[in-house]
Every structure is written in C-alpha cells, then in structure tokens.
Design a protein around this ligand. Structure first.
Ligand SMILES: Nc1ncnc2c1ncn2[C@@H]1O[C@H](COP(=O)(O)OP(=O)(O)OP(=O)(O)O)[C@@H](O)[C@H]1O
Ligand SMILES: [Mg+2]
Length: 256
C-alpha cells in the first residue's frame, strides 16, 4: 500500500509582500520538502532577500496576501524568535553588528545553551573563529569573517530549514570552501534526500558555492514571482550566457 506523502516542511502559497508602499513579491509559490536543498536565483533588487526576510519574520516585510506555512504552522503573527525555535535559521546577506554581545555568547544563545566546550572548540577549529569569539558580533568583521560568524551561529542552532543569503558574496576562494563545507555538513549534502534531516534555501548569483554544496533544484525569481524552475547548474549556465529574461520560460524550465 502506498504510504501517504508527508506534508512539506515549508509551503509558500501565493505570497505577496510589500515593503513600505511598494509591492516586491507578487504571488510566490514554493514548496520545500524535508531534506531538500533549493537554490534561489534572480536579478539584483528582484526580492530574493525580501523572500528570506519574510520567512524569518524580519520587521518591515508585510504579507498582504497568501501565506507561509512551516511544519504545518502558519507563520503569520509569529515573532522572529518563535520562528527560530520552530526550526528556521538564516545566514544574512549583510549580517547586522550587535554591540555589546560577543560572538561566543551569540553562539551559545543560538545553541540554546546546549554547546559544551568540546563542541565550541570544534566550531572554532572548523570555521577558524579564533579572536572573533571574544569580539562583538560583526563589529568590524571582514567579509569572510562575517560569513564564518553567520555559519557558526547556524551550526550551533542546527535549524531544520537553513536559509543562506549569498553565502559566498565578498568571500575569497579559501573562505568559500570553509563556508561551503560547513553548509554541506549542515545539510548533509552527501546523503540521499531521504536520509537528510534538514532543508536549505540558498541565494546565489555566481553558483560558486554549489561546488561545495549539493543542491537539488533552482528557482528564478523574476518580476516578483518564481518564473523558472530547473537543474541549478544548468540554469546558472543559461543565465550567465543569456541573462535572466531569456531564462524565463526557456526550454530548461520544468513545469512550475
Ligand atoms: N527594509 C527595506 N526597506 C526598503 N526597501 C527595501 C527593504 N528591503 C528590501 N527593499 C527593496 O525591495 C527590493 C527588493 O530588494 P531585495 O533586497 O529583496 O532584492 P534582492 O533580490 O535580494 O537583490 P540583491 O541580489 O541585490 O541582493 C529593492 O528595491 C529593495 O530596495
Ligand atoms: Mg539580496
């Protein structure tokens, strides 16, 4: 007897989001199942970060229509910390500085106090945190340091859905390998989807990070909607040769 398909981890339906009086997202539909890693592509200013910020519940991103459902819970009305406790984590495109809070304390909070000295030392070693641990979060961190700090917080939190907003931007090749390795470890990219326990959504322009992270499917956000869906590396190649507009509705797009 066929077993019933489990409800998707994340289900976004007809999502319209406004920032101020401008509508940025105009009907986004996206489903991410447990264990799946998705990629989000799209031109600058198209609303990719807006989508991630809306999922985590950043203030200022107003849902005017549609809904975001995570683990069967409609996220409308839930604060950022409640969403984090439900299992949503994010590595921001431009992580904010937090004066007066050391990275070590932030990692502790992200782990909900479950990180022992050995686990903290392992994080320190894997992500070369060093002196950053005793510094205020993101205060004067270089591009690479800020991304490693974001990864450390995510690895401490171990969210069921990890959102990565341009994890390779402003990061040199050595650091991309470190960040990408940490992402793949979190998402268990080497294992089959059925064996993975976490899901991911990764925004990238260049696709470099996908040399280190296995992704299953990519979506193109164009004119406020997801306009093409397909193999991540194929779509990135198509876009780099012909641009975003040509990608929309191209022969590589699977049915949405
Ligand atoms: N907090 C905000 N206040 C004002 N405008 C915003 C805010 N967040 C996003 N926007 C606007 O919404 C639009 C979409 O921005 P968003 O950052 O989501 O794009 P993006 O696809 O992530 O672009 P990029 O590839 O450059 O990072 C832009 O015009 C941006 O200026
Ligand atoms: Mg962005």
């Amino acid at each position: 007897m066929a077993s019933e398909k489990p409800a998707p981890l994340l289900q976004i339906e007809d999502l319209h989001v406004s920032v101020g009086d401008r509508e940025i997202l105009r009907g986004v539909d996206l489903t991410i199942g447990e264990g799946e890693t998705h990629v989000l592509l799209g031109p600058n200013g198209g609303g990719k970060s807006t989508l991630l910020n809306t999922i985590v519940g950043m203030p200022g991103y107003r849902i005017t229509q549609g809904r975001v459902v995570f683990k069967g819970v409609d996220l409308a009305g839930l604060e950022i910390d409640e969403r984090a406790r439900l299992g949503i984590g994010i590595a921001f495109q431009r992580p904010p500085a937090v004066r007066g809070v050391k990275l070590r304390q932030m990692i502790d909070v992200a782990a909900n106090g479950t990180l022992d000295d050995e686990a903290m030392a392992a994080l320190d070693e894997d992500l070369s945190l060093g002196h950053m641990l005793e510094r205020d979060v993101n205060m004067g961190f270089s591009g690479g340091e800020a991304k490693r700090s974001e990864m450390a917080q995510l690895l401490a939190q171990m969210p069921d859905l990890a959102l990565f907003d341009e994890p390779e931007s402003g990061v040199d090749l050595d650091n991309i390998a470190v960040v990408g390795g940490a992402m793949n470890a979190l998402l268990k990219g080497e294992e089959r989807i059925a064996e993975r326990t976490r899901a991911g959504l990764i925004i990238t322009h260049t696709g470099h990070i996908l040399e280190y992270v296995n992704a299953d499917v990519a979506h193109v956000l164009y004119s406020g909607r997801l306009a093409c869906k397909g193999n991540p590396l194929d779509l990135i190649e198509e876009i780099s040769s012909h641009g975003y507009e040509a990608c929309v509705g191209c022969k590589l797009c699977q049915s949405l």
